[in-house]
Design a protein around this ligand. Structure first.
Ligand SMILES: [Zn+2]
Length: 426
């Protein structure tokens, strides 16, 4: 009864959601074209047949046998693509121009943060992102594990979630900071060092982490950036996590932090701002993708007063543009990861717009948010492409995003696991 009441609330809420039970009838989606997540050119005139939670067929209209009881959804002028993936989000944060990170960690009750996060999850899904890897609760403990469960049990609408729980930092290297040395304040991640790292990794895995997130370096306003964990410490975490079936993602902003993380065997690098050609070549050689978080960098500059179009581009963004180009030239795989939470949830398309603005072709950026992201997240056999047998995580947008990436702003349909959450006219 309780569940039923909540489901009705979702149905009648502000979101145009249709979080009903899975439609028993097959669904035929008829867009103008399909971007399959892999091929650069979209397929004109393709249709996609969904049965239950999976894609049953995809191909030219004449080649797909349509069951007599299929429900047909016409999507004229629209492009159908795999549900988008963001590999770096924070559902439990909200934009820093609303409240500073320190205030969110130290002053906001956990229940408040979780309430906000439910809204965030819905906005993310309805904006076309059907899978996210949430890279740290930033002081909100293990709340991501519960959010994931609430989404899986259809208590709230939201994307598929991969979670990391608290994330791991070296003692004394994170925040909030700036207090008298005698004062201990609640930290935004779990501190550990040396042999203790083994226990902390196991503890986070035991509490529900799908990935382990570590901070390979730290930023101090007076000292600048510096690496934290040794290669041996990072290796210990990677080895412990891997034996429990968990990959490791590393926040790395300094060249040395990047180098150590890659050598230790982490599977994705987050941010990568201080990288150079040599370390990007090392990433490419080891097959370690980069989540560049361009949208977070842009948002931070705006919060500091930058007015795009009026003021010259700030040095931090100029430098990011240059290092991102170096990473591309070095052959690093880029995976869409925005650091959403630093900026508004539901604005995830901004990262793809910036990937294109910083030098990728629209189809490359779309691949970074579909098939490439799915592969990096070990989900390639479930999502990230329009292919028979995969889960029916599908999004339709008005226009053709392979020509104009801004088309991602015009979302017409969102389906996750065969369930429609948004459709034309609803
Ligand atoms: Zn982040």
């Amino acid at each position: 009864m309780y569940r039923l009441t909540l489901a009705v609330l979702v149905l009648t809420g502000a979101a145009p959601a249709l979080a009903a039970d899975r439609a028993p009838r097959p669904v035929l989606l008829k867009p103008a074209r399909v971007f399959d997540g892999v091929t650069a050119r979209p397929h004109d005139g393709w249709v996609v047949l969904v049965r239950g939670e999976r894609i049953e067929a995809a191909g030219p209209a004449g080649d797909v046998k349509v069951p007599g009881d299929a429900r047909v959804i016409e999507l004229p002028h629209a492009t159908l693509l795999p549900g988008l993936i963001d590999a770096h989000t924070h559902l439990l944060l909200h934009p820093y121009n609303e409240a500073s990170w320190d205030d969110q960690v130290l002053k906001e009750p956990l229940a408040l943060r979780v309430c906000r996060a439910t809204n965030h999850a819905r906005r993310v899904l309805l904006s076309g992102f059907t899978t996210i890897r949430d890279l740290g609760t930033e002081g909100a403990g293990y709340a991501d594990v519960g959010l994931k469960q609430a989404i899986e049990e259809q208590i709230i609408p939201g994307p598929r979630l991969l979670v990391v729980t608290r994330a791991i930092v070296a003692t004394g290297s994170y925040g909030p900071r700036g207090f008298a040395p005698e004062v201990r304040v609640h930290q935004g991640a779990e501190e550990a060092d040396g042999e203790t790292l083994r226990r902390v990794v196991r503890d986070q895995v035991g509490r529900g982490a799908d990935w382990i997130k570590v901070y390979a370096d730290s930023w101090n306003p007076t000292k600048g950036g510096s690496p934290t964990f040794s290669v041996d410490e990072l290796k210990l975490m990677v080895e412990t996590a891997r034996s429990a079936g968990c990959p490791v993602a590393a926040h790395a902003m300094t060249r040395e932090g990047l180098r150590r993380a890659v050598l230790a065997g982490v599977e994705t690098i987050e941010h990568g701002d201080g990288g150079d050609v040599e370390v990007f070549r090392l990433m490419a050689k080891h097959g370690v993708p980069l989540c560049p978080t361009l949208a977070a960098g842009e948002a931070m500059s705006k919060y500091r007063g930058w007015r795009p179009g009026t003021d010259p581009e700030p040095p931090a963004l100029k430098s990011k543009r240059a290092t991102f180009k170096e990473a591309l030239e070095a052959g690093v795989t880029v995976v869409n990861g925005s650091d959403m939470g630093v900026f508004a949830h539901g604005d995830g398309a901004r990262e793809l717009e910036l990937l294109v603005d910083y030098g990728m072709k629209p189809a490359q950026a779309l691949r970074a948010a579909t098939s490439a992201a799915a592969r990096a997240l070990h989900l390639g056999d479930r999502v990230g492409a329009v292919k028979p047998g995969l889960l029916a995580d599908l999004v339709a947008v008005e226009g053709d995003p392979t020509g104009d990436i801004h088309a991602l702003r015009q979302v017409r349909l969102v389906m996750k696991g065969g369930v429609l959450y948004r459709e034309p006219g609803r």
